[in-house]
Design a protein around this ligand. Structure first.
Ligand code: GTP
Ligand code: GTP
Ligand code: MG
Ligand code: MG
Lengths: 291, 275
């Protein structure tokens, strides 16, 4: 853990007065390595360490803490401040309210769509799941199977229906069935795929989601920032769902994205079952990043 | 052409940053740069680092083909990895590739857990023109594989490819389930030495090494498929994995269509890190 590494580097002396410049250099090297190992984007690490260094140099070491613990305290506070930024409220206004899930292939959008449908049902709303991925084999079957297990209706359009049309028809189906929230599960796509990025932009223009959630796999590496920026440029992303946090990936992608785009994590996927969804709490992820 | 007096500190830092940006990992990037500085190419940072990176990659047999479990017996390929990396899609691509080579292929739908996993594999099987052995959802994956091995032997299939459910390597019960599947194959075909392919998503960061290690320790990996290299990610964690486990990347996934699977080219892979 970062605490252990800093203890090795800075020793266990308590109440040493002020943190020396040499101590800070050594500590910042450890912080940098720990964050890179946690998949925090290297540019974000650079800025983050600079901020921590500024606070650490000459910092008064509290009598009850070692220099190492003092640095960990500063790092923890800075992590929380980045992760707590942005509007973390989950908005459900609109008639119907539209939630769109977007992201790279395999990140967990379809599973998260079902989880959100269950969460929204528990809030007393009546969601309709819309299978707007016509590309992946059995994608609509997957969403339909999940919806059936939750007793939540799923709309799917005939094969060959263009994606924007699927979204529109989904809205009409919601109105017909008096469902007041539409959850749009979209196909995984690469940010370098111009046609598919244009498609998702067209869908957003057509149905105007109140929430567009970028679904990000907790094991994502250095590309997290580029990917998030590209999605945010194409559609009005309002927050992130960080999935597969039940593994041991440190989730530095979330910190990276929040730091650069200001987008907050709103939910975390904590398992494969439909009840494995948690509302995001910054201190849980901050602790994870400290190892 | 480098400036007079050789490469600057900034030149070396820039190369190290390129490696980190490509998910090589900070510790390995630093070690590679250290070796490169002391090497005979030490006056050309990029060339020296490329050389050191290439040296990390496992030695590989020129043109790998699946090996039969014995005379007249099928070659068995077991496909494993964490959730969402592209296992099922890769199997569809492999099935089409082998069928194109004139081999008979049978698939085993041993992901009996995830919603519509069996339907997804069946759709790929239809696309590739091959048969699938499947049970009902919720069945024991080992039972599916057992039946599939029997079927492959009876039908004289050339290749049997088993799809398994994605699983996080930290889940002990799921890793035990995989060990049981592997035992079933070993018991039924004692000389099979199945090709066990670990499917890794190229956008994965440092967790990829922990994943590969855990799967390798549980059932022994013999190959890696690196998927989604058509994204902007470089898949740099592969260097750490090949260096630590000596398991070679066999194929690279470069898209979602049936033909989007190419043999791994180590030189191109190293070069792409600097592209
Ligand atoms: N352990 C774990 N697995 C998850 C979580 N979320 C999703 N998964 C699994 O990740 C895999 C991919 O999930 P999907 O929902 O199919 O991902 P997707 O983004 O819809 O994939 P595409 O539509 O192909 O882009 C499945 O095996 C899911 O069960 C999570 O929070 N924890
Ligand atoms: N761009 C791109 N997408 C890929 C590639 N390989 C697979 N995919 C996509 O990744 C997503 C997940 O693929 P699957 O084959 O379902 O992955 P999986 O490992 O079987 O997933 P689980 O069984 O849920 O663990 C799908 O949308 C695939 O189309 C690739 O090489 N490039
Ligand atoms: Mg999906
Ligand atoms: Mg699969």
């Amino acid at each position: 853990t970062l605490s252990e590494r800093l203890r090795q580097t800075l020793g266990a002396l308590t109440g040493r007065g002020r943190v020396s410049e040499a101590d800070v250099d050594a500590a910042m090297r450890e912080v940098r390595l720990a964050l890179l190992e946690a998949d925090v984007n290297f540019k974000v690490v650079r800025d983050f360490v600079a901020r921590v260094r500024e606070r650490a140099v000459g910092a008064e070491v509290l009598a009850s803490l070692t220099a190492g613990q003092q640095v960990v305290k500063i790092v923890h506070e800075e992590l929380i401040s980045l992760l707590a930024a942005g509007d973390r409220t989950f908005h459900l206004s609109g008639s119907p309210a539209v939630i769109a899930l977007v992201g790279l292939q395999g990140s967990g959008k379809t599973t998260s769509s079902a989880k959100l449908a269950r969460h929204i049902t528990k809030l007393g709303r009546r969601p309709l799941l819309v299978a707007a991925d016509p590309y992946r084999p059995a994608a609509a079957d997957q969403l339909q199977t999940l919806g059936k297990s939750l007793d939540i209706p799923v709309f799917r359009a005939p094969a060959g229906t263009p994606v924007v049309e699927i979204a529109r028809q989904g809205m009409e189906a919601a109105r017909r069935q008096t469902r007041d929230v539409v959850i749009l599960d979209t196909a995984g796509r690469l940010t370098v795929d111009e046609a598919l990025m244009a498609e998702i932009a067209a869908v957003a223009s057509a149905v105007k989601p109140i929430e567009t959630l970028l679904v990000v796999d907790a094991m994502t590496g250095q590309e997290s920032v580029t990917v998030a920026q590209a999605f945010a440029a194409a559609v009005p992303v309002t927050g992130l769902v960080l999935t597969k946090i039940d593994g041991d990936a440190r989730g530095g992608a979330a910190l990276s994205i929040s730091a650069v785009t200001g987008l907050p994590v709103k939910f975390m996927g904590t398992g494969e079952k439909t009840d494995a969804l948690e509302v995001f709490h910054p201190d849980r992820l901050a602790g994870r990043m400290l190892g | 052409i480098l400036g007079v007096g050789g490469p600057s500190e900034a030149d070396w830092e820039e190369v190290e940053e390129t490696l980190i940006a490509g998910d090589v990992g900070a510790a390995l990037a630093m070690a590679v740069v250290e070796r490169a500085r002391r090497s005979r190419d030490g006056d050309d940072p990029v060339a020296a680092v490329r050389r050191e990176l290439a040296a990390l990659l496992a030695s590989r047999e020129g043109d790998w083909h699946p090996r039969p479990a014995g005379p007249g017996l099928p070659a068995v390929i077991l496909v494993v990895g964490v959730n969402g990396t592209g296992k099922t899609t890769t199997i569809g691509k492999l099935a089409a590739r082998y069928r194109g080579e004139g081999r008979t292929v049978l698939l085993a739908a041993a992901d009996t857990f995830r919603a519509a996993a069996i339907e997804q594999l069946q759709a790929w099987a239809t696309r590739a023109g091959v048969a699938v052995v499947a049970h009902a959802p919720g069945a024991d994956p080992a039972a599916v594989v057992f039946d599939a091995v029997d079927a492959a032997v009876a039908r004289h299939s050339d290749v049997l490819i088993a799809d398994t459910a994605g699983r996080l390597h930290t889940k002990v019960n799921l890793m035990d389930e995989l060990t049981k599947v592997r035992r079933i194959i070993d018991r039924r075909l004692p000389d099979a030495a199945p090709e066990t392919l670990f499917v890794l998503d190229a956008t994965t960061g440092q967790n990829g090494l922990a994943q590969a290690r855990a799967f390798h320790e549980a059932i022994g990996l013999t190959g890696i498929v690196l998927t989604k290299l058509d994204s902007t990610a470089k898949g740099g964690i592969v260097f750490a994995i090949e260096d630590a486990l000596k398991v070679p990347v066999r194929f690279v996934g470069v898209g979602e269509k049936v033909g989007d699977l190419i043999p791994f080219d180590p030189d191109a892979f190293v070069a792409a890190l600097f592209a």
